[in-house]
Design a binder for this molecule. Structure first.
Ligand code: PAF
Length: 286
């Protein structure tokens, strides 16, 4: 038997009415914000969402505000039909608005400012990215009013900033749930951008997760040793151009001192061909 596709709404008014109905029935609303081009990692987010509430809403919106002028907004994959198949039997409602529906007056004058952490790492390479991301997430939270929102650990800095925004601005949801990164068998983190990689680039792309594994093994000797181990792996693959490699304190998202002990999060970003990939892993520093 074929599983049922979710019901799709394209206007704010419609999704508000649908979520209000669900709330009226006593359902907890769980939102999974996405930009579409769904893969097994997204499906894992949606499966987790199912365990956290009764009505699962997936938003699919390629948000122009979070792309820089030289980034891949135009070529970002838009695959709504395949996305709805991928969500069949998993999600109840899909909110897939147009740009005009989300930004009827053009680019919004009021935006969320991501602050200091928003200007580091991904934010340093992609100025304005996190302000644009938080602005659309705040809008989605306002529209859907979820009890729980689900994000993937692969975008660790995004998760940190969303949790911070929810706390700082007292926005719904009451909980931001985080789901572990889903990986290919060789360790490559799933990403909608992996589809840009040709065969040779796909092989080289595993370097990011391999570097994180090497760092985790060296972490008992401290942050510098972990960074050195990861750098050695990345430098050995000429097709991978490192953007940043850093160990942050998961509590503050600021770079750790060399003598930091305990929990750390290693972040890596690199370009493989023309494709920019990110990954991260928790490491324990002694
Ligand atoms: O992670 C993403 O896909 C996007 O940044 C998000 C959270 C859907 C906001 O556009």
């Amino acid at each position: 038997m074929t599983e049922q596709r979710p019901t799709v709404y394209t206007t704010v008014e419609e999704i508000r009415a649908a979520t209000a109905d669900a709330r009226g029935r006593g359902d907890g609303i769980v939102l999974v914000p996405t930009m579409g081009a769904l893969h097994a990692g997204h499906r894992e987010l949606v499966r987790s969402a199912r365990e956290l509430g009764q009505t699962v809403v997936v938003s699919i919106f390629v948000n122009p505000l979070q792309f820089g002028p030289s980034e891949d907004l135009d070529r970002y994959p838009r695959t709504l039909d395949a996305d709805l198949d991928a969500l069949a039997g998993l999600a109840d409602l899909v909110f897939a608005p147009s740009v005009a529906e989300m930004y009827p007056d053009g680019a919004p004058t009021t935006r969320v400012a991501a602050g200091e952490v928003g200007s580091l790492y991904e934010g340093a390479s992609r100025p304005g990215h996190f302000d644009g991301m938080l602005t659309v997430v705040a809008k989605l939270f306002g529209i859907v009013q979820p009890d729980v929102a689900v994000f993937g650990q692969k975008d660790a800095q995004q998760v940190f900033l969303v949790q911070r925004m929810v706390r700082d601005l007292n926005l719904p949801p009451r909980r931001v749930a985080v789901v572990d990164t889903v990986r290919e068998a060789d360790g490559l983190a799933l990403s909608s951008r992996n589809r840009y990689l040709d065969e040779a680039e796909r092989l080289a792309a595993v370097t990011l997760s391999a570097a994180l594994t090497a760092a985790a093994s060296a972490a008992s000797r401290g942050a510098d040793a972990a960074l050195a181990a990861a750098t050695t792996v990345i430098d050995a693959e000429l097709a991978v151009k490192l953007d940043y490699l850093v160990v942050v304190d998961p509590a503050t998202f600021l770079s750790v001192a060399a003598d930091h002990h305990g929990s750390g999060l290693m972040l890596v970003a690199a370009r493989v061909g023309t494709t920019r990939l990110i990954d991260n892993a928790r490491i324990t520093l002694d």
